[in-house]
Write a protein that binds this ligand. Structure first.
Ligand code: AKG
Length: 243
């Protein structure tokens, strides 16, 4: 089912990747990173475009490479389980390229615009990639579950920074997007060219997600040689047409 969906639509999901106990353990490490701005400085940003003013309430907190700050994360089953699925979906040469945390804080009501992840990356000869987006809270429309639109091909569409310093946004929004609610411990998998989006969080709870991104080992090597390390400091591609 997951593989069929991923191959045909560019995304798919599992109702349960993690047990409740695994979710609780991950939340403990996650919350320490979320709360400690000093510890995460340099790898942390607000995708809403808020300045890095430390007093400002972050709306969409993104922390890149959390396992480089908290290596205990890598010992958690979630990394092994998601990798096994990535290999099942795209081949045995898939490896972890980078991890990240994205949290939508309570009552911040700020959407993540429609985009393709490939807009954030350099162009690579082997375009296989898959992101595993793991819900650490129950997610639904009102707190910012993911939405996906069926992939049309592996072409990068035109993107721009609608808000300076914030998330990238595709120029033309898809009409066939659908929400994907999940229970905590469930996850989705999407291809780097699949359009996705999430509404803001208008509830009184956090919306915590851990995201693991996989691509072929050889392409990770190539990325690093070209200076792409996913610390969030590199320029984006805009679109294939703009290259
Ligand atoms: O967590 C979100 O709301 C957006 C996540 C996203 O864009 C991604 O995982 O690529």
């Amino acid at each position: 089912m997951l593989k069929n969906d991923f191959v045909n639509n560019g995304f798919g999901h599992l109702d349960q990747l993690l047990s409740f106990d695994e979710v609780v353990e991950l939340r403990k490490l996650y919350d320490v990173l979320l709360e400690d701005k000093k510890l995460t400085a340099g790898l942390r940003s607000d995708l809403s475009g808020n300045s890095s003013n430390s007093e400002a309430v972050e709306k969409i907190t993104q922390i890149m490479l959390p396992s480089s700050i908290e290596p205990q994360l890598l010992e958690k089953q979630v990394y092994t389980k998601a990798l096994a699925w990535a290999r099942d979906l795209l081949g045995d040469d898939m490896a972890l390229d980078f991890d990240m945390l994205i949290n939508k804080a309570p009552f911040t009501d700020t959407e993540t615009p429609w985009h393709q992840d490939a807009a954030y990356w350099i162009d690579l000869p082997d375009k296989r990639s898959v992101s595993c987006w793991i819900a650490l809270d129950d997610v639904y429309e009102e707190n910012g579950c993911m939405w996906f639109a069926r992939r049309h091909d592996q072409k990068l569409l035109e993107h721009s920074h609608k808000i300076a310093g914030g998330a990238l946004s595709v120029q033309a929004f898809p009409e066939n997007g659908k929400p994907l609610p999940l229970k905590a411990g469930g996850c989705s998998f999407h291809d780097g060219f699949t359009l996705h989006y999430s509404k803001g969080n208008s509830t009184n709870g956090q919306r915590r997600a851990l995201i693991l991104n996989f691509r072929p080992q050889e392409m990770i090597k190539l990325e690093r040689e070209r200076g792409m390390d996913h610390t969030g400091k590199r320029k984006f591609r805009k679109s294939d047409d703009a290259l």
